[in-house]
Design a protein around this ligand. Sequence first.
Ligand SMILES: [Fe+2]
Ligand SMILES: [Fe+2]
Length: 132
Amino acid sequence: MDPQSLSGIEEIDAQHKEIEETARAVIEAVAARDKWHVVHYILVRLYELLRFHFAVEESVMSIVSFPDIATHKQVHREILAMVERLKAASLDPQSCGHDETMETQFGFLTRIVDHDKSFDDFVVANIPGLRN
Ligand SMILES: [Fe+2]
Ligand SMILES: [Fe+2]
């Protein structure tokens, strides 16, 4: 994981790391032209990791009264909707997620933690001692 992407909050960083690794596994499975069920299984895993992670972040946002919560939640909804679409598309053995358009979309997943910077800084500023 890019050190620039680390928030310094142990639990959040661990979740981001697992999400990034799983997103990379999707990209690699598509690049290797793995069978549709392999791609689908990893996308299901990615979706569940994201759903859990976003629920954690949104709970913390409420607790610390993060001012941009509505915008941040909207980004979460858009990412989940995109992964949901990919998950559904991967069920089609004909497409198998192997077209270039889908590879481009999978590429976006590796930057899934980028939108958290202002949230991480706000949380650290409002919960002293959280950053390692
Ligand atoms: Fe995040
Ligand atoms: Fe987020």
